[in-house]
Design a protein around this ligand. Sequence first.
Ligand SMILES: *Cc1c(COP(=O)(O)O)cnc(C)c1O
Length: 372
Amino acid sequence: MSTVRKSAARSNRMIISDKYRPTYGDDLPTLKKTLSCSLSGTSDVVGAYERALAEWFGASEAIAVSSGGAALSVALFAVGVQAGDDVLLTPSCPLCTAYPVIAAGANPVFVDTRVHGFGADPNAVRAAITARTKAIIDIPMWGYPTEVDELHTLARANGIKLVLDLAHSHGTTLHGRSLSHYGDLSCFSTHERKPLATGEGGFILTDNAGLAQRCRDYSRFGNLNGKDFGLNYKLAALPAALGHSRLSALAPQIEKRRQNVQYFMSKLENHKVREKKIISGGVPNYYFLNLELLFEKNGAFIDYLDESGIPSDIKRYGCKALYEFPVFEKYRRSCPNAEGLLASMTTIPVHPDITNEELDYMADHINAYHGA
Ligand SMILES: *Cc1c(COP(=O)(O)O)cnc(C)c1O
């Protein structure tokens, strides 16, 4: 075993891909069949996909939409967010979670995360709630579960709605249930980088029939009845068929990610690098493995990995608290935990295309780092 590892470290520089590419051959029969059906967003093909999604995730209803961003916009409308309302969210999420809040004419109010993870801190939430607060969005990052059960209780007690941005958290669970179980509305993306990939696409899950109807009506142009307002956020039939076809591969895909993490962690020997804490009762889907870094200069370590062909989402997206970006500067609030989390971590690709040789290569390079 150790000779294999040493030769991997000595061998030529690898470039590790952070993008999983499902083999499209498996999808061809479904796609071909779909071409003879209605291809619009009101096609039966989309209805069948929605029922399959609801079943897979254990939700009462699924509403397919054109993107993860669309899912957030539809959800904010459905829970009654209007111009001038406040929407609470953590600043450690990507820009694309916060833009729909701005698009709704609402105010993003940044609340800090917990010390150990990306879930919203209940004390920060309580302190930020005012008469204007309509909703809170919680964003479990890179597929690591957050304390959405506590947020559910807190939101209910304060008469506000809990929207979950689960854009890449397909299959992440808390106490044995999909995280989506705990949200009033849960938003997913099926962009091609996500665990369930249809190119572009998204969906919303809920157990609330009234909210489901509001999502459906709004995203279908208010069903064009001339009384209800809406916009066109429908998902077309072809990506719906692709999603339906790939749903059966989602569970084995997540299992392979877990195996990759287990293998990688068994090789990791650098005592300044460890896996980020997983909350009690939670199981990540391992969209990306999150490593907590204890170096003095974590940025230098991430640069070293990048130069070794090992990509980091932190570097790729320039992750920082959203109020550090010009567009959100005027919404700045102090969130030291979120800043600390983003400054002391990196991500490692563990998707099903990653080989043991690549996992060895990444572990060897991390183990060989002796910087401060
Ligand atoms: C990808 C992503 C989105 C946006 O999804 P799209 O389908 O690209 O619109 C929103 N939030 C998070 C957390 C994401 O990862």
